[in-house]
Design a protein around this ligand. Structure first.
Ligand SMILES: NC(=O)c1ccc[n+]([C@@H]2O[C@H](COP(=O)([O-])OP(=O)(O)OC[C@H]3O[C@@H](n4cnc5c(N)ncnc54)[C@H](O)[C@@H]3O)[C@@H](O)[C@H]2O)c1
Ligand SMILES: O=c1ccn([C@@H]2O[C@H](COP(=O)(O)OP(=O)(O)O[C@H]3O[C@H](CO)[C@@H](O)[C@H](O)[C@H]3O)[C@@H](O)[C@H]2O)c(=O)[nH]1
Length: 480
């Protein structure tokens, strides 16, 4: 779509489509991190939202107002939606689709088992089931929010058609597929959804663009009363709407993640260099980040990126390029730098302790970042396994992720502590892996007294080096 067309659509859509009091009838397929956040936020904004998932236990929990993963404020918002009947959950696809005007697809797209591509079976299954259950009637806009390889929009369309074909002669079903990539971060999912930097719509059909613009109207104009627990950030104005074709929207999502991941790998490379030359990477990051062309965000050096998205999405983009015979050299380098970076803390432990064999090492944090219990791609898991291989006695503590870790990674060579002080007791060294506030705000004087030797390796450069050294700690950060 040309820029002029884009502006035309935006202007008209925003003027004409202020959401009515009735709101929009929305169905969300897949109620994990993205789907549930989407459902709860659109219900909060006055729409009627049904969340559908194949996981019966999850739906049972959600119906009872319990969110079985840790995401700040999501449970509160879910309960509010249930209480005012704007939000409901079902495992019955027919019921989920019967009134829907907009159907979001928010199922997982994890790495394929061979590690070489994207596992698309959840998307294809969901799209087929939608086709099998759509009935003739008003237009349905099927919106893909899952992160998918470029071209998947047409692919989703074809699976819906396959599903429709299964119905036999059910009459004409009017639907259109659009792309609406999601940029929320775990740990701040609600805030990122209510106050996004932009909304991207990938569609060529004007009806789909209209419907989505209507739904997003309160967010685009910031015309809603913020929830009491999440005030609107100061200075937050209107949110830009980017309307593009579906292929471009799909690539925007991968490119955003790849850029951010590359930015972190870049600063980590500089941090490693800082360790050699004696410079301080925090000051370097500030010195370059103040240049508005660079920006200060995502320049925190340390053990690098993990999570459910960056690793899989960078690989997916590399593979996508390969499929076209193009070698994405920069992305490959960003990935390689990151893969090695998490083990920097082990090298530093070995420098200070000489060997880790037989030493008790306390791991501060298991989740891939603070404010989540998500362990997908978490550096802590690789670090713990490597320490185990090297003969260390590993103990770990995380404020919220231990329960999930016990269940999901039962073979992890680590025991668990009750809190940071328990973890410190008798330890030869602590390694900060996840910068939870509980760790940065802890009483480090007490911790020093509890440890066998007060050594701290700060994998996130989140602690106060001078202060800790004043307490007698041997402190090692990454490039500081
Ligand atoms: N987690 C994030 O921070 C984030 C942010 C932006 C985009 N994304 C993308 O959004 C998508 C979803 O990610 P997530 O983290 O929410 O995943 P998730 O694993 O937390 O949730 C996916 C849900 O889909 C359900 N599901 C699977 N197949 C289904 C089907 N056929 N019908 C109905 N439900 C089905 C699963 O039971 C699960 O509850 C992925 O493509 C991901 O890359 C994730
Ligand atoms: O300066 C930084 C910033 C982040 N990280 C690490 O990078 C990873 C990812 O962090 P973050 O981006 O905050 O979390 P995610 O929830 O994985 O969110 C990313 O992935 C999502 C899924 O695609 C996107 O929607 C978001 O926009 C994108 O930020 C984590 O391991 C962080 O510790 C750093 O090492 N240094």
């Amino acid at each position: 779509m040309s820029k002029n067309n884009e502006l035309y659509v935006q202007k008209n859509a925003l003027c004409a489509l202020k959401a009515g009091d009735d709101g929009v009838k929305v169905t969300v397929i897949g109620t994990g991190w993205v789907g549930l956040t989407t459902a709860a936020v659109f219900a909060f904004l006055g729409n009627d939202v049904i969340g559908y998932d194949v996981n019966e236990k999850l739906i049972e929990e959600l119906r009872a107002g319990r969110v079985p993963f840790f995401e700040p404020h999501l449970e509160e918002l879910t309960r509010e939606g249930l209480a005012n009947r704007r939000l409901s959950f079902t495992t019955d696809i027919g019921a989920a689709l019967s009134t829907a005007e907009i159907i979001f697809l928010a199922v997982g797209t994890p790495p394929a088992p061979d590690g070489r591509g994207v596992e698309m079976s959840f998307v294809s299954r969901a799209a087929t089931v939608i086709g099998e259950n759509l009935r003739p009637g008003k237009l349905r806009v099927v919106v893909n929010k899952s992160t998918v390889p470029v071209g998947s929009n047409g692919w989703v369309d074809s699976f819906i058609r396959q599903g429709l074909a299964q119905q036999g002669d059910a009459g004409p079903v009017d639907f259109v597929v659009a792309s609406n990539p999601e940029f929320l971060r775990e740990g701040s999912a609600i805030a990122d959804t209510l106050y996004p930097d932009r909304v991207v719509i990938g569609a060529t059909d004007a009806r789909a663009i209209e419907a989505l613009t209507r739904l997003y109207h309160p967010i685009l104009t910031q015309d809603f009363t913020p929830p009491s627990f999440l005030p609107r950030p100061a200075g937050r104005g209107k949110v830009p709407l980017v309307v593009v074709d579906p292929v471009t929207a799909e690539l925007i999502k991968y490119a955003a993640n790849a850029f951010l991941a590359t930015k972190i790998s870049f600063i980590n490379e500089i941090a490693n260099l800082c360790d050699f030359v004696g410079a301080n990477v925090k000051d370097v990051a500030r010195g370059i980040g103040l240049d508005h062309r660079i920006g200060e965000a995502f320049l925190n050096a340390g053990i690098g990126w993990g999570g459910s998205c960056f690793p899989k999405d960078v690989i997916a983009l590399i593979r996508e390029a390969e499929a076209y015979g193009y070698e994405a050299k920069l992305l490959k380098a960003a990935y390689e730098v990151n893969a090695a970076q998490r083990f920097v803390v082990i090298r530093k432990l070995q420098e200070v302790l000489k060997t880790v064999r037989g030493k008790t090492i306390g791991i501060l944090g298991l989740a891939f970042k603070p404010n989540t219990d998500d362990l997908r791609g978490a550096p802590a898991l690789d670090i713990i396994r490597k320490l185990g291989e090297l003969g260390a006695i590993v103990r770990a503590y995380d404020p919220v992720a231990m329960h999930r870790c016990r269940a999901e990674v039962p073979d992890l060579p680590a025991s668990y502590a009750n809190d940071i002080y328990n973890l410190a007791t008798g330890a030869d060294a602590l390694v900060l892996v996840t910068e939870w506030e509980e760790f940065t705000q802890a009483n480090w004087a007490d911790i020093a007294r509890l440890m066998r030797t007060p050594v701290v390796i700060d994998g996130r450069n989140a602690l106060n080096k001078k202060y800790l050294e004043g307490l007698g700690f041997v402190y090692r950060g990454v490039g500081v």
